[in-house]
Design a protein around this ligand. Structure first.
Ligand code: DAH
Length: 363
């Protein structure tokens, strides 16, 4: 039985190609080329009719044998290549646990929020609770109840944004004093943080800024208590070497009134650029609540007394961080804001009492 040279040639070439195939895709190309509908071997089988009848069975058998052999070889090679390909894929997709992690950019608490939270934490530690009031206020709460007479020049000091003759954007957080006292009988210990508004804008003034009001009312409260409270506040906020001083001042809703300065954090009192050679920096207004204010809320000034203060949060933040332009707080420049690291988490309750003070201590 002389083999059909054409079939022999197709078979030999196909076997070599199958052995050399590098991928299942290569192998499929070979299968189509040889065994496909218009493949080389398929064509040979189809052309059997054209060869002499005597040779036909021989050539047909040879072609069919070659076909079966190639199909088998292709299957075997396919299996082997699949195994190889799967292990290559596994290798490529393997998680490399030694790779360094990708750093997710973390946001930072806005310095104003951060300082406001610190102020609140300090006073909460002293037993004060937080009270809030509306930013759109009536003339009554913002001025009249706080003992500003209608034509009093102190109203001009506040550069008010009026919404109507009787409604305005609150110019300070002092109206929350009135709202709190009207809503509850004495004793009172509250701090009132919030936004306030004034028609004023320059390097140290912003038309919107933040204040924290403090109010303590009881039977026997003195200016000495105010002094002790603010002294502790200054040391918590600005560091243990911080000192405060009182200067006589005027507010319609307090009598006597005082402005409070803190020893300059930069020069320690010797005089420098930050404190303009004064050694002291003003941080808040305060005083003993005026008897007329107590009467306005229905308290009896013969029975109870107390003190109040109001501080600017931006001012405290500027002093604490040595920032000389208030506008930086509101320009949303991430290069500035990113410098304020996120607040440390409150200590875990399982920490010793010594560890609990962490949040209040100066960083
Ligand atoms: N409300 C004042 C202001 O905005 C600050 C202030 C002064 C608040 C004396 C007080 C106070 O409670 O007793 O300038």
């Amino acid at each position: 039985m002389a083999p059909d040279p054409r079939v022999q040639q197709i078979r030999d070439r196909a076997l070599a190609d199958i052995a050399a195939a590098r991928s299942t895709a290569d192998l499929e190309q070979i299968r189509i080329r040889v065994l496909g509908r218009s493949g080389e071997l398929t064509a040979r089988l189809r052309s059997l009719g054209a060869i002499p009848a005597a040779e036909r069975p021989q050539v047909g058998q040879a072609a069919n044998r070659a076909k079966a052999e190639l199909e088998e070889q292709i299957q075997a090679r396919l299996q082997a290549l699949r195994v190889e390909e799967r292990s290559r894929q596994r290798e490529a997709g393997r998680v490399d646990l030694t790779l360094p992690g990708r750093v997710t950019p973390a946001g930072a608490v806005h310095p104003i929020t951060r300082v406001q939270d610190e102020i609140i934490a300090i006073f909460e530690g002293l037993g004060f609770s937080v009270a809030e009031g509306p930013e759109v206020e009536s003339d009554y709460y913002n001025f009249a109840a706080l003992n500003f007479p209608d034509d009093h020049p102190a109203r001009d000091m506040q550069d008010t944004f009026h919404l109507s003759p009787d409604t305005l954007l609150r110019t300070h957080t002092s109206p929350v004093q009135i709202r709190t006292m009207k809503a509850q009988p004495p004793p009172v210990r509250v701090i009132c943080p919030g936004k306030v508004y004034r028609r004023d804008a320059d390097i140290t003034h912003s038309p919107m800024f933040h204040q924290v009001e403090g109010l303590a009312i009881d039977r026997n409260i003195s200016m000495g208590d105010l002094r002790g409270t603010l002294d502790l506040f200054a040391r918590e906020m600005f560091g243990s070497r911080s000192r405060i001083r009182f200067r006589p001042s005027f507010f319609p809703f307090t009598e006597p009134s005082a402005e409070v300065d803190v020893l300059c954090f930069l020069c320690g009192g010797g005089g420098c650029r930050v404190c303009k050679q004064d050694g002291w920096l003003e941080i808040l207004g305060s005083g003993m609540v005026h008897p007329d204010v107590l009467r306005n809320v229905g308290y009896d000034p013969e029975e109870v007394m107390g003190w109040a203060f109001g501080m600017g949060v931006e001012r405290v933040a500027m002093l604490k961080y040595g920032i000389d332009d208030i506008r930086l707080f509101f320009e949303n420049d991430l290069r500035f804001l990113g410098q304020f690291a996120p607040l440390t988490l409150p200590p875990h309750p399982s920490l010793s009492p010594a560890g609990r003070g962490t949040r209040m201590r100066r960083r």
